[in-house]
Write a protein of this length. Structure first.
Lengths: 225, 225
């Protein structure tokens, strides 16, 4: 059960809200949950963990894939207001890949459990259109990161990553280890360290223990073109 | 306009067929086209080329992405009976990535133009469900190839590629240059050549000008585990 403010919030986010019957609306309201996660906690743990539609109330979630030997690659992030439908995998026909979501900052989400989402999907075309749209948004996110990984040289990718991170953190100092960055980028720590050393020699960044300071964002930006 | 045999074929493939009105069925039949492509011809040329839903009647299509400097990576193939919806991109909300399709063998497709597909999608939930399902099938294909590229060592990937290709061609001889293989795998020719030389030294394959003969499939198979 969620409160009135949260009902306002989700009814705004769920474009199909007005097409629901009063009973359906009541069902969603009574079954939805507000859940808090502290930074680093797992929010969604692969196909078997089919919990439902997630709407990010605040904080920041990271969606990633995971190899057998523990290598991670970040696919996309979810910020305030954004919706994840992949976490309702079992409500989606023919989805057969695993992905994982963790809280990258302390976060609050509203969860609409899979059973209720499946139920309202069955006979409501607006819900189907919504599912389609959100799925394609994520599909596009994945295609973007895939093209980046396959086609973009590593200096370009690292420069973009640092600039993105700096704008997310609203700070020129990025508190991440080389290992963290390698994880996000699906690369090896050595490769990240080598490129950061090059960036430092060029005066673009200054690396310190556990952090990287962006010294010349203009130059970093120029690499990304 | 398509003939009766093709109408039978598509009405079987389009799971929503029975939910259509007689007028809608007639519209689809009258607007659908049977198109032939010779091997190597372009079937779909990115977002601007929003031609419609493709059903493969026979032959083989290859879907790939393309970098600014002409590098290609194969995402998935479409065989007899299979459906591509990404080629109806403008009928899909929030799809914003480019992909390309070419005929990998002489092929025949049935094309349901975007305008008619969009039209029947608007008010028919079964069509929306179908769109959703086909989209997620392709999304899953892309995730699979992405995990392969990111997580699998190159010897494993190359062995799998050769075995797949051999089973597609129904032959132990694969008529492809190292350059062709590199293109398919999103790799460089040098990397492919180096690994094939290793495979040859191990007695798994024999490379000849323009072709590769699989000499020990069992061994190749054992690499893929």
């Amino acid at each position: 059960m969620i409160n009135n403010k949260d009902i306002d919030f989700i009814s705004n986010k769920l474009e199909f809200w007005n097409s629901l019957t009063i009973t359906e609306k009541k069902q969603i309201i009574s079954k939805s949950q507000l859940i808090s996660y502290t930074k680093g906690k797992s929010v969604y743990d692969g196909l078997d963990d089919c919990r439902g539609l997630i709407i990010v109330k605040n904080g920041q979630l990271r969606t990633y894939i995971l190899s057998d030997n523990g290598k991670e690659v970040t696919l996309y992030r979810l910020f305030h207001d954004e919706i994840c439908i992949m976490s309702a995998s079992c409500a989606l026909n023919n989805m057969n890949f695993d992905l994982y979501i963790e809280a990258e900052k302390d976060s609050e989400i509203i969860l609409i459990p899979t059973d209720i989402y499946s139920e309202i999907s069955k006979n409501n075309i607006e819900v189907q259109k919504f599912t389609n749209k959100v799925t394609l948004t994520r599909f596009s996110d994945v295609m973007w990161i895939m093209e980046q990984i396959l086609f973009m040289s590593f200096d370009k990718r690292l420069a973009m990553f640092l600039l993105d991170q700096s704008s997310i953190e609203k700070s020129d100092t990025i508190y991440m280890t080389h290992e963290d960055i390698a994880k996000h980028m699906g690369s090896a720590r050595e490769v990240v360290s080598r490129m950061l050393k090059y960036f430092q020699n060029e005066g673009y960044v200054k690396t310190e223990r556990g952090s990287i300071i962006l010294k010349n964002k203009k130059k970093l930006q120029s690499i990304t073109f």
